[in-house]
Design a protein around this ligand. Structure first.
Ligand code: NAD
Length: 313
């Protein structure tokens, strides 16, 4: 079906982008990756050197030159800085990469003249604190620098569509899990401690619940959106629609290990501002694309227990 369609993934050497790169190649897309390797790793991109472009999206000329050379018809813009505590501590850098970088990517999409559709990664962090599942019509209200930069990204993409007529899709990602995690999020932290032989885990807040979705299911969702005749500008939640607390994730690790895991709250890891719930309503994604998630927490955790932690040395 994809038949050699040329796609360019920004951030394709990262955690989600690398899963997406591999998935789209199995579907027959010609995948190019643009990444500055600040968080991603070259080998994760899964493309040959002639399709790998080490470029910083803050460098407008380099982004333009790359797009002009690649001439993609579809662009999936995932490059961003997104670890929430890091963004809060580095608001200028977060804005430069997530906002200015997005402006540069959109500018290159317009100039190169071949792009028919742009998918952009946003986040559940654009939503305000709420107890129940949120659909795409829910009011936005980010509560950290990261969410603010991503809401700005969404607005820039919408303005780009109005100005150019190029189809644009926003994917609001909920909490990704899977192999090759690049940021110190909850699941890789538990994985790291467990694989190091620790059975009394030291973790932060234990009660917040999150909607964890496997990167392979996210890739299938993005691929389904590429295939579906979405036109204009549209927004989709990309989550699983089920939420788990930190304790429940630890219980999944214990089940898969067949051992008991205990938890000690480490005050240094406790985030001062933390939402208790973050849950996606994914009815729209399912209705429009026919997508259904395949990976449960237990299957995902089982594969993580067999994974070697990324060697970043
Ligand atoms: N991981 C999650 O749970 C999650 C949740 C919501 C949204 N997202 C979004 O999904 C996207 C991918 O996130 P991820 O988890 O794969 O993170 P990641 O850090 O693994 O991937 C981001 C990639 O972008 C690259 N990058 C960063 N700055 C760059 C720059 N200036 N120029 C070029 N490349 C640059 C990094 O090297 C990395 O490979 C991001 O847009 C992120 O905001 C992720």
């Amino acid at each position: 079906m994809a038949n050699g369609t040329r796609v360019l993934i920004t951030g394709g050497a990262g955690f989600i982008g690398s899963a997406l790169s591999k998935h789209l190649q199995t579907e027959g897309y010609e995948v190019h990756v643009l990444d500055d390797l600040s968080f991603g790793l070259r080998h994760l991109a899964g493309v040959p050197d002639e399709r790998f472009h080490q470029v910083d999206i803050r460098d407008r000329d380099a982004v333009r030159t790359t797009f002009a050379a690649v001439k993609p018809t579809r662009v999936l813009h995932l490059a961003a800085v997104h670890f929430i505590p890091y963004c809060n501590q580095h608001p200028v850098e977060a804005s430069e990469i997530n906002i200015l970088g997005t402006i540069n990517v959109l500018d290159a999409c317009e100039r190169c003249g071949t792009v028919e559709q742009v998918f952009t990664a946003s986040t559940a962090a654009v939503y305000p604190i709420a107890d129940g599942a949120m659909d795409e019509a829910h009011a936005t209200g980010p509560m950290d620098i990261y969410g603010i930069t991503k809401l700005a990204t969404e607005k820039l993409v919408s303005e780009f569509h109005l100005r150019t007529g190029i189809t644009t899709i926003i994917g609001r990602f909920f909490n990704a899990f899977g192999p090759n995690e690049t940021n110190p999020h909850l699941i890789p932290e538990i994985q790291k401690q467990v694989l190091a032989g620790v059975r009394e885990l030291r973790l932060g807040n234990l009660d917040p619940k999150r909607d964890f979705i496997h990167t392979e299911d996210m890739s299938r969702a993005m691929s389904a959106l590429l295939r579906t005749q979405v036109s204009g500008h549209d927004v989709f939640n990309i989550g699983r629609g089920i939420e788990y607390s930190v304790r429940e994730i630890v219980e999944a690790f214990a089940r898969q290990l067949g051992e008991t895991l205990t938890i000690t709250v480490d005050p240094a890891r406790v985030r001062k501002v933390e939402r208790m719930h973050l849950l996606a309503d994914v009815a729209k994604l399912k209705r429009v694309t026919g997508w259904e998630p395949r990976w449960g927490i237990d299957e995902g955790v089982a594969t993580l227990l067999n994974e070697r932690i990324l060697d970043r040395a």
